[in-house]
Design a protein around this ligand. Structure first.
Ligand code: CP3
Length: 348
C-alpha cells in the first residue's frame, strides 16, 4: 500500500491517479487541536515526548486528508545536544543563548550522535510507523546554512549580517562550522531514515539571502554532503529553499530528487530552470489561504495547469502555513487539488 502512495510515486516522477498534496507546517498553531496540546506543553516538550510528537503529527492527517505526514519536530533540535542552549521564547521565535562566533566556539560544540542525542525523534518515527496506516512519513532537517544562520545570529534575522560578516571576514571559522553541521545533519537525517522515515526534506529556508557565487563557495559542498548521505539510502529527498530563483540550478547540483519552489516564480518557469529530470514541489503563496474560496481555486488551478499533468509534481505551499490560517481553506485546497487533477485540465 505504502509503495503505491501517490506521494511516493510523484517523488519518483511516476504517473499518479491525482496530484499528491501536503503542507509545510501542516501541524501548528492554526489548528485548534494543536493549540489544545500547546496549552499544556512547550514546543520542545512536545518534541521530547514521542507519543505527543506522534499525536501532533497525526492531527493534520485526520483533519485535512493530506497525502503525506511530516514528523513533528524542529530544525533546531540538534542545537540542544550540541550544547548551545536553545529556547523558543513567546512571540520572539528561537533564541540560542550560546551563539557560535569564533573557532573556539566551533571546537567547543559537543560531539553528536543522533540515535542517542535525539533518540526521542527516532522514537516518534517508530511510533508513527504503527499509526499512519499507509500514509508516508517525511523526516526532515535544516540545511547547514539555515541552521548555521541561527547558531551564529542567536535568533531569527532579516539581514544575516553576523553570518555574512563571519563568511567574509573569518571564512575559516564559517567553513569549520559548516563542516561540523554537515556531519551532524547527515547523521541526524540518516538516523531518521533508519527509524522509518520514507522521504526526507532538507529545509534551506533562508538560503535565498545569498548570491549564487557565495552559495557555491560557502554552502553547496556542505548541503551536498547532507543530501548525498540521504540519497545514498535510495529514498526520495526533497531540497527546499525560498527566494531561490537565482540558486535553483546550483541547488539541483547540490542534490535532491525533488526541488522545492517558493511562490515568487511561476511553477512552470521554475521547473524549466531546474530541468524536467527532477520532480518539483510547490508553490502556492501561503497568504492565498486568507483569500475567498474562488480566488484560492483560481490560483490552485493555475499551478496545476502550469504543472501540465507532467509526472513529478507534488502540490504544496511555497513556504509554511501561516498562523491564523483558516483550517477550512486548507482542507478546501486538498480537495481542489485532488478533484482537479483527477478530472484533468479540460474540465476544471
Ligand atoms: O508540521 C510541520 O511542518 C512539522 C513541524 C515543523 C516545525 N518546524 C514545528 C514548529 C517543521 C518542519 C519546522 C521547520 C522549521 N523550524 C523551519 C524550516 C521551515 C520554514 O518554515 O522555513 C524553521 C526555519 C524553523 C525554526 C523555527 N521554529 C522558527 C523560526 C520558529 C518560530 C516561528 C514561529 O512560527 O513561531 C519555530 C517554532 C515552531 N516550530 C513552531 C512549530 C509548529 C511554532 C509553534 C509553537 O510555538 O508551538
Amino acid at each position: 500500500m505504502e509503495m503505491n502512495s501517490r506521494f511516493l510515486q510523484a517523488c519518483q516522477r511516476q504517473p499518479v491517479d491525482a496530484t499528491p498534496v501536503w503542507f509545510m507546517r501542516q501541524a501548528g498553531r492554526y489548528m485548534p487541536e494543536y493549540r489544545a496540546i500547546r496549552e499544556k506543553y512547550t514546543l520542545i516538550e512536545i518534541c521530547q515526548h514521542p507519543e505527543l510528537a506522534a499525536e501532533v503529527t497525526m492531527q493534520p492527517i485526520r483533519a485535512l486528508g493530506v497525502d503525506a505526514a511530516i514528523l513533528f519536530a524542529d530544525i533546531l533540535l540538534p542545537v540542544i545536544p550540541l550544547g548551545l542552549d536553545l529556547e523558543f521564547a513567546k512571540g520572539e521565535g528561537p533564541i540560542i543563548r550560546s551563539p557560535v562566533r569564533t573557532l573556539d566556539d566551533v571546537r567547543a560544540m559537543k560531539p553528536f550522535d543522533a540515535e542517542s542525542d535525539l533518540g526521542y525523534v527516532m522514537d516518534a518515527i517508530r511510533i508513527l510507523h504503527g499509526t499512519l496506516g499507509g500514509v508516508p512519513l517525511i523526516g526532515f532537517c535544516g540545511a547547514p546554512f539555515t541552521v548555521a544562520s541561527y547558531i551564529i545570529e542567536g535568533s531569527s534575522s532579516r539581514e544575516f549580517l553576523k553570518t555574512k560578516t563571519m563568511m567574509y571576514s573569518a571564512p575559516e571559522v564559517f567553513h569549520a562550522l559548516m563542516e561540523k553541521l554537515s556531519a551532524v545533519l547527515s547523521d541526524y537525517l540518516v538516523a531518521q531514515i533508519h527509524a522509518g522515515a520514507q522521504v526526507v526534506q532538507v529545509f534551506d529556508s533562508w538560503v535565498g539571502a545569498l548570491s549564487p557565487a557565495d552559495y557555491e563557495t560557502f554552502v553547496l559542498p556542505y548541503s551536498q554532503k547532507v543530501l548525498k548521505s540521504a540519497e545514498a539510502t535510495n529514498i526520495p529527498v526533497i531540497h527546499f529553499g525560498t527566494n531561490t530563483t537565482t540558486l535553483l540550478q546550483l541547488m539541483k547540483r547540490a542534490g535532491g530528487s525533488v526541488l522545492g519552489l517558493d511562490w515568487r516564480l511561476p511553477l512552470d518557469d521554475g521547473w524549466k530552470l531546474i530541468g524536467h529530470d527532477r520532480a518539483v514541489q510547490g508553490n502556492l503563496d501561503p497568504a492565498t489561504l486568507f483569500a475567498p474560496l474562488p480566488e484560492i481555486k483560481a490560483r490552485v488551478h493555475d499551478i496545476l495547469r502550469r504543472a501540465d499533468g507532467r509526472p513529478g509534481h507534488i502540490f504544496n505551499l511555497g513556504h509554511g502555513i501561516l498562523q491564523n490560517t483558516p483550517v477550512d481553506n486548507v482542507k478546501a485546497v486538498v480537495d481542489m487539488v485532488h478533484e482537479y487533477s483527477a478530472v484533468g485540465i479540460e474540465n476544471p
